[in-house]
Design a protein around this ligand. Structure first.
Ligand SMILES: [Fe+2]
Length: 178
């Protein structure tokens, strides 16, 4: 009889969870510094790596009242919608491949404008406050892309912070965190 696989974090991921649990006041900058101390690889995330031909796959790795971690897997040509991170601090680590990111700036009355595009190579850890971006794997890429996302605190459960056509698609409605 086979035993079902348990999604148990390995040593490096476990240590990252411990350090996140101990973190007090967190900014995107301090979160980037913390995450950079844990250069994770595909082997650390095998339980959460999953691809779909239809869309990128976003899988929750861990959730506590203080923070939340997702693993995102992208085939060439797959992108997120334009979105922000509510009021959470955020840090992203590129586990495999090269991420293509387009940055946007909030103007007024729910409008955003594109400012620049950047490539984030494997091993890069980054994040910044008030980030509005679109992230994904360029159509010209020959590799799968895997990224790890840490949000502190977890996002509210409402839809929000998603932009389409340069306009807010869902309003950002902050909700109380339990
Ligand atoms: Fe994001």
């Amino acid at each position: 009889m086979s035993t079902p696989a348990i999604k148990r974090p390995g040593k490096m991921l476990s240590e990252l969870l411990v350090q996140l649990e101990r973190a007090g006041e967190v900014t995107s900058q301090s979160l980037v510094q913390l995450l950079a101390r844990f250069p994770l690889g595909e082997d650390d995330l095998l339980h959460w790596i999953s691809f779909s031909q239809d869309h990128y796959v976003r899988t929750r790795v861990h959730l506590t009242p203080n923070y939340e971690i997702f693993c995102c897997c992208w085939l060439p040509g797959q992108f997120s919608p334009i979105h922000d991170h509510f009021s959470s601090a955020a840090a992203i680590q590129v586990i495999k491949g090269t991420a293509t990111e387009t940055l946007y700036q909030y103007k007024s009355q729910g409008k955003v404008v594109r400012t620049e595009s950047r490539e984030r190579r494997q091993g890069t850890v980054y994040g910044e406050a008030n980030l509005i971006h679109e992230l994904g794997n360029a159509p010209s890429s020959s590799k799968e892309l895997v990224t790890l996302h840490v949000y502190f605190p977890p996002f509210p459960t409402v839809n929000g912070g998603v932009y389409e056509g340069g306009r807010v698609l869902h309003e950002w409605i902050p909700t109380k965190q339990n």
